[in-house]
Design a protein around this ligand. Structure first.
Ligand code: PMP
Length: 360
């Protein structure tokens, strides 16, 4: 039988123009000995917890759909973060929660730049306009400009990553409060790096019904499980819950996270280790003349090279060390971002940078 070929001439013309114009989010998948590009926790799960995990997963029934309300997982997250289970919507990573927020409120979406790229990418895939307000030179938030733009464009949602990715700083409470107090919009405080800053807007939840807080398990050891959570006022939580797809957290992710979160001591130990490793890494990089290092309250550090950042990035890659090259014209020119690794990884990273820049 001859195969019939559909007669649509240019099938891509059927796509929405906004989608055709987009470039997919690219992840550098090159294999690396030291993976220091994606803000993952470098410590693998200890063997005894892996054993417990294997036991738990063994009894899961993957022929059935997952628990749609992820009740047990919500209890574990409530215990970890002090967020009430009734006030929680879970996402397949916080990326999915960002998508739910833009689906629910639409745009224009207002973001400071530079910030986490997915706010813009997700908004554009949903055909919503994005308005960017540059951060000040010291990476602080220009609250007045943000507020003016919010009014001018009638922004519906403002995303504030706090600490901010890729700059690593926390915006001042004063600037954020100014926006929360005056913006007639949803203000999303993305606390993806909360564990490394220890500071949160959670206690203010009842004062600001337009505030949404995002958290994720990705940065503290469980990026592979894809679990994020949002919390907000009682008015909004049920509205956002309507948008969530019914089985968005897989059975295996639910079960694995419940086991992993039983070991809060291990988790907390790793987080404190990473915080002190971050400080040592910051100091070590600060001592390299041709590099400017920016203070960080997250698990990564942004730095600017005096020479071509692409050269350093490539040379590191040749040595098996993968970091993120963020260099582009403007405030991030010649900027690179390194994720805090184990103390040994950080030492090797600094030694290699020194060798490449010939400052040893
Ligand atoms: N928010 C911020 C600020 C991030 O940097 C990231 C990850 N790079 C995310 C959210 C997404 O995290 P996930 O989808 O893994 O929860």
């Amino acid at each position: 039988m001859r195969k019939k070929i559909a007669k649509i001439k240019n099938i891509a013309n059927l796509l929405k123009p906004e989608i055709r114009r987009l470039k997919a989010y690219s992840v550098d998948e090159s294999p690396a000995r030291l993976k220091m590009d994606a803000m993952e926790n470098p410590f693998p799960l200890p063997d005894e917890i892996r054993q417990e995990l294997a036991e738990a997963l063994k009894s899961e029934q993957i022929n059935r759909y997952p628990d749609p309300s992820a009740a047990q997982l919500k209890m574990s997250l409530a215990d970890l973060w002090g967020i009430g289970t009734q006030r929680m919507v879970l996402g397949n990573g916080s990326d999915e929660l960002i998508q739910m927020i833009v689906l629910a409120f639409g745009g224009p979406v207002l973001v400071p730049v530079p910030t986490f790229a997915m706010y813009e990418i997700i908004s554009k895939t949903l055909a919503q306009s994005v308005v960017a307000v540059p951060l000040k030179k010291d990476f602080s938030l220009d609250a007045d400009k943000m507020l003016k733009k919010t009014r001018d464009v009638r922004a519906k949602v403002i995303f504030l990553a706090c600490p901010n990715n890729p700059t690593g700083n926390r915006f001042s409470d004063e600037a954020i409060l100014k926006i929360l107090n005056k913006a007639n919009a949803i203000v999303v405080i993305d606390e993806a790096y909360f564990s490394f800053s220890g500071k949160t807007f959670l206690p203010l939840l009842s004062s600001y019904p337009n505030m949404i807080i995002l958290r994720t398990l990705s940065k503290i050891g469980f990026a592979g499980l894809r679990i994020g959570a949002l919390t907000t006022s009682s008015k909004l939580i049920n509205e956002l819950a309507k948008i969530r797809l019914p089985y968005n957290i897989s059975t295996l992710s639910q079960a694995a996270a419940v086991v992993a979160l039983r070991h809060k001591n291990t988790l907390n130990r790793q987080i404190s280790l990473l915080i002190s490793a971050r400080e040592r890494l910051y100091n070590a990089l600060s001592q390299i003349h041709s590099i400017t290092v920016y203070p960080s309250e997250a698990n990564f550090i942004l730095f600017k090279t005096g020479t071509d950042a692409a050269y350093l990035y490539e040379k590191l890659r040749e040595s098996g060390i993968l970091i993120k090259n963020l260099s582009r014209p403007g405030i991030l020119s010649n900027c690179l971002r390194v994720t805090v690794g184990t103390p040994e990884e950080n030492n090797e990273f600094v030694d290699t940078v020194k060798k490449i820049l010939k400052t040893v």
